[in-house]
Design a protein around this ligand. Structure first.
Ligand SMILES: Cc1cc2nc3c(=O)[nH]c(=O)nc-3n(C[C@H](O)[C@H](O)[C@H](O)COP(=O)(O)O)c2cc1C
Length: 324
């Protein structure tokens, strides 16, 4: 990976913990990340909110306030002291939120005002469609959050463009029903994502920027009628900005946890993108090795296996038994 001296290809996938009380990461999280750090290993943080309106769920961390930046510093330092490379995943939940998580109890914002079709326990508040003139403010929130992440010491940021959150709500045609320059054609639907990438890259340098995408997933009612075209368009467009990496979720992961039989592959996107490619979703030691050996990816991110096995790289090296 350009400018980073990785010693192996096993990446810790971003995983929300929901233990950041008051949206401030707590000191105990340093231990959690350090347990999963190896010298020259890449870790991606839990989803971290870029602003007050970005938030959802309980106790997710943020990185828009001074207090949050200060709280991240010793955590990032701890990972660095173990030789790790640490990227902060920048997140805006969009409509996957509830008014109780929003400033002044307002509706969450989205590309649309469509509520979830299937939300029996009213987990989510119907969203308010962002006006075209409000969109630059959200892009600016990502830019400032990236600056804050570098101030906190992170080596770079991963823009969360996956899993039905705000950026995905713009990209996917089942969600985005806009009629302005951010809706309709594929080019228009991807405009927001690409403007975020551009702003963040200009702020901290493209060599410190990655993005996570899940064109094939329909998690949080975020399916697309032509995911291959979407994934390919994004992979090609990213080259304009020369960002560090593109992290894609395997088509077999329709949600974040269920694995489906699937014939689709990420190879066209991998071939279209010029930077480092990372895959994630249901990988084992064996098929991770196979994906690398066959040239289908550069790096493989592991989620649940890393959660249950903090020393995952060592266990893979020894081919040792794994905790479930
Ligand atoms: C507890 C948990 C929290 C997660 N939180 C995030 C997150 O904050 N951001 C994200 O992009 N993906 C998140 N994911 C998805 C994982 O990064 C990963 O893509 C998924 O678990 C599939 O990979 P795996 O089969 O190796 O676990 C989460 C998954 C789990 C299990």
């Amino acid at each position: 990976m350009k400018n980073f001296n990785l010693t192996h290809r096993i990446v810790m996938a971003p995983m929300a913990r929901m233990r950041s009380y008051g949206n401030i990461p707590q000191p105990h999280v340093a231990l959690y990340y350090c347990q999963r750090t190896t010298p020259g290993g890449l870790l991606i943080s839990e989803a971290t909110g870029v602003s007050e309106t970005a938030m959802a769920y309980q106790n997710m961390p943020g990185i828009w306030r001074k207090e949050q930046i200060e709280a991240w510093k010793p955590i990032v330092d701890a990972v660095h002291s173990h030789g790790g490379i640490f990227f902060c995943q920048l997140w805006h939940a969009g409509r996957v939120s509830h008014q109780d998580c929003q400033p002044n109890g307002e509706s969450p914002v989205s590309s649309t005002d469509k509520p979830f079709a299937d939300d029996p326990s009213n987990e989510f508040t119907p969203p308010r469609r962002l006006r075209t003139d409000e969109i630059p403010t959200i892009i600016n929130d990502f830019r400032l959050a990236a600056r804050n992440a570098t101030e906190a010491g992170f080596d770079g940021v991963e823009i969360h463009g996956a899993h039905g959150y705000l950026i995905d709500q713009f990209m996917k045609d089942s969600v985005n029903d806009r009629t302005d320059s951010y809706g309709g054609s594929l080019e228009n639907r991807c405009r927001f994502a690409l403007q975020v990438i551009e702003a963040v890259s200009k702020e901290i340098g493209p060599d410190r920027v990655g993005i996570r995408l899940s064109p094939f997933a329909d998690y949080m009612e975020s399916g697309d009628t032509d995911p291959k075209r979407l994934g390919l368009y994004m992979a090609k467009s990213l080259n304009r900005f020369e960002i560090l990496y593109c992290h894609m979720i395997e088509p077999r992961m329709k949600t974040v946890s269920e694995i489906f039989e699937c014939r689709e592959s990420l190879t066209p996107m991998r071939n279209a993108f010029n930077g480092t490619f990372i895959v994630a979703g249901g990988y084992t030691r064996e098929d991770g090795n196979k994906a690398v050996a066959e040239g289908r990816t550069d790096l493989v991110a592991y989620g649940r296996l890393f959660l249950a096995n903090p020393d995952l790289p060592k266990r893979f090296e020894l081919n040792a038994p794994l905790n479930k």
